[in-house]
Ligand binder design. Sequence first.
Ligand SMILES: [Zn+2]
Ligand SMILES: [Zn+2]
Length: 336
Amino acid sequence: MSEPGKLSLVQLPIREAGPGTVRIRVEACGVCHSDSGTVEGLFPIDWPRVPGHEVVGRIDALGSGVQGWAVGQRVGVGFLGGSCGYCEFCRNGDLVNCRNQGYTGIQQDGGYAEVMIAKASGLVSIPDDLSSVDAAPLLCAGLTTFSALRNAPAKAGDLVAVLGIGGLGHLGVQYARHMGFEVAAIARGANKAELAKKLGAHHYIDSAATDSAAALQALGGAKVILITASGGKTVAATFKALRPGGVSIVLGVGPEPIEASSMDLIFASRKLEGALTGNPATGDATLRFSALSGVSAMIETAPLEQAEAAYAKMMAGKARFRMVLVTKNGADQSAR
Ligand SMILES: [Zn+2]
Ligand SMILES: [Zn+2]
């Protein structure tokens, strides 16, 4: 992209992998709603810029000083560009909040491309039994929901609610089920009930027809509510359905402020928090867990050349549920 609002196909020279980075032959790249921050120019961006932060490909060159990765190895790159290792947060082991990583597709070029350069410290390893197309959406949508649930205070058998059944939510329901929770899926309308059950939800709550907080309370109250829908009102409406000590974890980004009553916060020690994707080791775990448990995203693919149409379909909310761009190289690999 050379300017906001317009995706265009361009030829760029292939760059060498610099120190601490690897060069990747991209096979597949997911189209994520956060890509709109780049495409629409909401983030401060040095143009031109290549979007895309759900990238899977094979390493084709190692920059100097890179250890632990090999040419030919299949790897993934998510939203976090790779930690620096020396900032205060890295030194405390909080790689997600590294000050210097650079977000993929925002501060450094991403995966809507045949070739990309990525920092080795941000790479995720891809299990052999996951295809590149299947692995791609798990690097952002998968990692975000998996990491939030894995770090949440719920234990096996606890009630976990997933609000919203879209790109994030349809993965969140599957992970919650396979992690051993009692799972309630909440969405608007009766037409998602069947899908929710198929994904593993024990209960489906139609928020257009019922008071979802009362419905969760009738089930005993949720230990965790995973908010994958954007919209402050939806967060506020379910908040009081948390059990004492429970937490609502916000994953969906939206402009609307979230209102929570101080009474609801204080009188049951409820928590409201946000979670940003996850660190690379949790990325490895997301992919391993997905392969082991059979969790997968529902995917529509498109050739890289049709990125603009794929992006428009995702933005219009018409993708069921994740669009994945496949490069020529990726198509050749999967044809073998
Ligand atoms: Zn994303
Ligand atoms: Zn750092």
